[in-house]
Design a binder for this molecule. Structure first.
Ligand SMILES: Nc1nc2c(ncn2[C@@H]2O[C@H](COP(=O)(O)OP(=O)(O)OP(=O)(O)O)[C@@H](O)[C@H]2O)c(=O)[nH]1
Ligand SMILES: [Mg+2]
Length: 444
């Protein structure tokens, strides 16, 4: 809000002092346009604000607990199982009100982040989600009838990156994900569950994380130091990054006050005690001092980059090759012609491909037909050969049968003759035997 007012004030001063057709004249009395900042504040308050936070971090790192602690409420959210096949993003929007200021808060969680064996693509769904929100806004902007005033802006204003309290160094998953996100969103790295690390280890861990981010060229969000009223606190806080946080919604009695804390057998960690953790610093920076800057940076830096790339991809430029202002009409027509040309080319390619496929299929069918003919001829010849062989065999068998019949007839003839011949010989022999018997009985 401060920066909006600041911009408006600078605009008035510039218009008067640059002298571009305007001359500074003194006012003789009170006019009333000094109420412009108040008018702006009233309008903004009436309209309400919207803020979108993306929590990136491994399952169970305390994302939901920290959100509940930050906004002093209980948002819905069930713990996630560690068996998710991939990373998905879950978004919930809440209406909050503090005094007369309404805030539409969207909390987006990375479900299943860090749970897969192959974590190569873990960042992709996050990048796609962020781009999808930019795309939706761009589409709304490009509409003829725009309703940006009532549009629910879902672009991510702040990304809280939860680092596991290992005390060692950043995991490659953290570095890769932050590198992929740094040109798309304001990243605020935080060491989650920092009550798990000792004070001396924490100091070393912070230095290690910062040096790894720098050496890998990861651009994290820097609290702005150009606004004098917050420059000092912001630059001090920049040196405390990444914030080491502890989350808890449990209230514990310390002295005669109820404070948010985590109780352990050996003592109590107070969430809002700056000697215990950086929770207060995070809340101060994220909500109380820089919420508007985070919104502004999202629009002027990250969305602008997305929009520029998208429009350039669509063929829009600010100037043509002769440095003349680019005409929207010409660009549209050029792009349309290019599109039609490509469409025709694609159509021609598809036609060629179709003809080619038909030819190929025809050749395949011809080949199959030829093969069938050849097979038929082969079978026909085989059949004829077989028939011929059978006929030859039949003829041989017929011959053999005839021969057998002849032999049989001959044999029967011989047998008959032999029988006849055999009959007369026996008669002769009987006569002979009789003669001999008579001679012995009746000797001479
Ligand atoms: N020691 C410690 N434990 C914490 C802290 N914050 C949360 N926890 C505990 O960690 C567990 C998981 O917390 P959640 O807030 O559900 O974690 P989450 O990241 O939202 O988990 P998912 O949504 O399932 O990914 C709970 O038992 C919390 O009480 C913290 O700062 N320190
Ligand atoms: Mg959760």
């Amino acid at each position: 809000m401060n920066s909006v007012i600041y911009h408006i004030c600078t605009w008035w001063l510039v218009t008067v002092s640059t002298g571009e057709g305007a001359r500074a004249v003194p006012l003789a009395g009170h006019v009333g346009f000094d109420s412009m900042p108040d008018q702006l504040v009233n309008k903004s308050v009436n309209h309400g604000f919207c803020f979108n936070i993306l929590c990136v971090g491994e399952t169970g790192l305390g994302k939901s607990t920290l959100m509940d602690t930050l906004f002093n409420t209980k948002f819905e959210g069930e713990p996630t199982q560690h068996n998710q096949p991939g990373v998905t993003l879950k978004s919930n929007t809440y209406e909050l009100q503090e005094s007369n200021v309404r805030l539409k808060l969207t909390v987006v969680n990375t479900v299943g982040f860090g749970d897969q064996i192959n974590k190569e693509d873990s960042y992709k769904s996050i990048v796609e989600f962020i781009d999808a929100q930019f795309e939706a806004y761009l589409q709304e902007e490009l509409k003829i009838k725009r309703t940006l005033h009532s549009y629910h802006d879902t672009r991510i204003h702040a990304c809280l990156y939860f680092i596991a309290p290992t005390g060692h160094s950043l995991k490659s998953l953290d570095l890769v994900t932050m590198k992929k996100l740094d040109s798309k969103v304001n990243i605020i790295p935080i060491i989650a569950k920092s009550d798990a690390i000792s004070k001396s280890e924490l100091a070393k861990f912070k230095i290690k994380i910062t040096s790894e981010l720098v050496s890998n060229g990861v651009q994290i969000y820097q609290f702005p130091t150009d606004d004098e009223s917050v420059a000092e606190i912001n630059s001090t806080m920049n040196s405390h990054l990444p914030f080491a946080v502890v989350g808890s919604t449990e209230e514990v009695k310390i002295g005669n006050k109820m404070v948010k804390a985590r109780q352990y057998p050996w003592g109590t960690v107070q969430v809002e005690n700056e000697n215990h953790c950086d929770f207060v610093k995070l809340r101060e920076m994220l909500i109380r001092v820089n919420m508007e800057d985070l919104r502004e940076q999202t629009h002027t830096r990250h969305y602008e980059l997305y929009r520029r790339c998208k429009l350039e991809e669509m063929g829009f430029k600010d100037t043509d090759p002769d440095s003349k202002p680019f005409s929207l009409q010409e660009t549209y027509e050029a792009k349309r012609n290019e599109f039609m040309g490509e469409l025709q080319k694609k159509e021609e390619e598809m036609r060629q491909m179709f003809v080619q496929r038909v030819k190929e299929k025809e050749a395949e069918l011809k080949e199959a037909e030829k093969e069938l003919h050849e097979k038929f001829d082969r079978l026909k010849k085989l059949h004829q050969d077989e028939k011929k062989k059978l006929e030859e065999k039949k003829k041989t068998l017929d011959d053999e049968l005839n021969m057998f019949k002849q032999k049989k007839t001959a044999a029967e003839l011989l047998q008959n003759q032999a029988q006849q011949a055999g009959g007369s010989t026996t008669l002769k022999r009987d006569k002979e035997r009789k003669k001999q018997t008579n001679a012995s009985v009746y000797p001479l």
